[in-house]
Design a protein around this ligand. Structure first.
Ligand code: ADP
Ligand code: MG
Ligand code: ZN
Length: 606
């Protein structure tokens, strides 16, 4: 309905604007087009011309005399009180003359005096209120004050079902009960069971929270009100609360139905009681809390919400009777990743014999959204290469594109630097291969990427890993320091290329000391807490400054040991290091098999 109104308004505005243009055109432009240049002249000249019989036409207005000579030149002169003028003109016989009143016709003056200003004012008014109204959530139209945006509500069917969501079986299981409830609320009411009013989907970005909510709506075949938390945030105190009220009154009307509030942390943040806190947000939250208590749970209104910052939510939101059910939507495991790849691969053409398991293994830690992106990148690459179906190489390359960016084929890197990069990468790979607790090398490349990586070594575990042993952590540290170690041994220097390795090694070593209890100095003490579990996982220290200093020492010691171990491994295998580095320099990209064939020729022959 609102949309119709908007359209009508737009048409009226266009019409008025057109009218205005025509008026201006008539009043200003037309006279300009009609008239040839008019020369100003003296009255005596006018009389002279009459005497000489040169004048063909005269127009006498209230204060001007306009005349035209026989050679079609137009003149204008000031009118002088000249009672004989008419007689003189009449005497000549062949002069056409008329008097013209400069006063506008009544219609014209009416238009100019009344209609034009009105139109102008009206245009100004509607322009002002349209922009203001948008900002203030519909102030322009007094009736829609504080209404939640209607377009959000239109979507009744999402077209998504649980089949579109791969993996996430536990989440689906929990949501199926809700779907069942929406199908048949009476079944639950008979026993007297109350289904949770709300369920909170929590997990890292891109794991399919929004998708799951849409699937629930699709499965339940009920209206689905979707609104994002940020849409409640308004400029004026009280507007967000009004929107919440409106949302719930509509939902109760349409029950059974689902209300989905995406990114609920925008309004659901803890009320911290600081003076001068965010009044608008707190009011909106209070309204939400009240509404969730207010409606009858047996009616069949289920509220889903999604967030990736559950720890920042107000405890009142999470108590029983509100969002009491928490559904974790975690990053997919190996089987989950393979399933997600399969779901998205259905939309594209594939060649036979694609090994999705290999791709899933190479993408540990990737979210559903990233996996969907990998499939799409592969399809794009196939098109770019003029093929009609996606093959394994497209998928493998697109994994790297998503991890490290596109290849920078025309980056110019000097031979000297290339050599350093090659030794650096082989350093990583060799240290990894020589320790039994590290994942096998999958690929080594020294083609630079748009992410800034100059080369990298990809390690892929054979199966899914849920735990990390201390040995594995130490092996990983040694591998990370392997690149720098190779630079030191071969070139007797170190480069800035190891900065990313250093960052990762420090992070891992710190976690070993402060969170995993893997150091010899500290026992099982949590020295750090994780703040944003799902968003980067930054940590904050929870110990005295003295302890912090000891942590730093311990971290340093662990990394130092790993570094020494890497140097040892590389010096023991220096021949292989040279051989492999030159092979890599030559080929630019080598696979794990090629690598192993050079490293252990006797083994790969068997
Ligand atoms: P978020 O958890 O951030 O809300 P979305 O639900 O918006 O993530 O997911 C983004 C996209 O990622 C989806 O549109 C879908 O294409 C893909 N995706 C994520 N998880 C899955 C999954 N489990 N199965 C299939 N596709 C998924
Ligand atoms: Mg989302
Ligand atoms: Zn490195």
């Amino acid at each position: 309905m609102n949309e119709n109104k908007d359209n009508r308004k737009r048409y009226t505005n266009a019409l008025l604007f057109g009218l205005l243009l025509i008026l201006i055109f008539n009043a200003v432009i037309m006279p300009m087009l009609n008239n040839q240049p008019v020369k100003d002249t003296e009255y005596s000249f006018f009389l002279e011309q009459i005497e000489d019989g040169n004048v063909s036409k005269v127009e006498i207005t209230d204060n001007e005399v306009n005349f035209q000579t026989k050679d079609d030149q137009k003149y204008s002169t000031v009118r002088i009180d000249d009672p004989d003028l008419v007689e003189r003109l009449n005497d000549k016989g062949d002069i056409e003359f008329t008097g013209v009143s400069t006063q506008q016709s009544p219609l014209q003056s009416f238009l100019f005096a009344w209609v034009l200003p009105l139109i102008f004012l009206f245009a100004l008014y509607s322009l002002l209120f349209r922009t203001l109204g948008k900002r203030m959530g519909g102030l322009g139209n007094a009736m829609s004050f504080g209404k939640s945006n209607a377009k959000v509500y239109v979507k009744a069917q999402t077209g998504k079902t649980f089949a579109d969501v791969a993996g996430q079986d536990e989440a689906k299981e929990a949501l199926k009960e809700i779907v069942d409830f929406l199908h048949d609320p009476d079944k639950y009411a008979e026993i007297g069971a109350n289904l949770p009013k709300g369920a909170l989907l929590v997990g890292p970005p891109g794991t399919g929270k929004t998708l799951l909510a849409q699937a629930v709506a699709g499965e339940a075949e009920v209206p689905f009100f979707s609104i994002s938390g940020s849409e409640f945030v308004e400029m004026f105190v009280g507007m967000g609360a009004a929107k919440v009220r409106d949302l719930f009154s509509q939902a109760v009307e349409k029950a059974p139905c689902i209300v989905f509030i995406d990114e609920i942390d925008t309004i659901g943040k803890k009320r911290d009681g600081q003076i001068g806190g965010n009044d608008e947000r707190e009011q909106t939250l209070n309204q939400l809390l009240t509404e969730m208590d207010g409606f009858d749970g047996k009616k069949g209104v289920v509220i889903l919400a999604a967030t990736n910052r559950p720890e920042s939510l107000d405890p009142a939101l999470l108590r029983p009777g509100r969002f009491d059910r928490r559904i974790p939507v975690e990053l997919p495991d190996l089987a989950g990743r393979e399933a997600i790849l399969n779901v998205h691969a259905k939309k594209i053409k594939l060649t036979d014999g694609i090994d999705f398991n290999a791709i899933a293994r190479a993408t540990a830690g990737a979210s559903g959204a990233e996996l969907a992106n990998i499939i799409n990148e592969a399809a794009l690459r196939a098109v770019r290469n003029g093929r009609s179906a996606v093959d394994q190489s497209d998928l493998e390359e697109s994994v790297e594109v998503v991890i490290a960016g596109y290849q920078r084929k025309n980056a110019v890197i000097s031979q000297q630097e290339k050599e350093i990069i090659a030794y650096h990468e082989i350093g990583h790979a060799l240290v990894a291969a020589m320790q039994k607790d590290s994942a096998p090398v999958h690929k080594i490349t020294i083609i630079p990427r748009t992410s800034g990586a100059l080369g990298y070594t990809m390690q892929v575990d054979e199966g899914e890993k849920f735990l990390m042993t201390k040995e594995e952590a130490l092996a990983r540290l040694a591998t990370l320091t392997g690149g720098r170690s190779a630079e030191e041994i071969i070139f007797n220097t170190c480069t800035s290329g190891a900065s990313n390795d250093i960052e990762k090694a420090t992070k891992l070593a710190r976690a070993m000391v402060t969170r995993y209890g893997m150091s010899s100095t500290f026992d099982m003490i949590a020295l750090e807490t994780v703040n944003n579990q799902y968003l980067g996982g930054d940590t904050s220290l929870a110990c005295s400054p003295e302890t912090a200093a000891r942590i730093d020492d311990e971290v340093n010691r662990i990394v130092k040991n790993a570094h020494a171990k890497a140097v040892q491994i590389l010096t023991d295998n220096i021949d292989k290091l040279h051989e492999l580095a030159h092979y890599l320099l030559d080929k630019e990209t080598i696979t794990g098999e090629e690598f192993m064939a050079i490293l252990k020729p006797e083994k790969s022959l068997v």
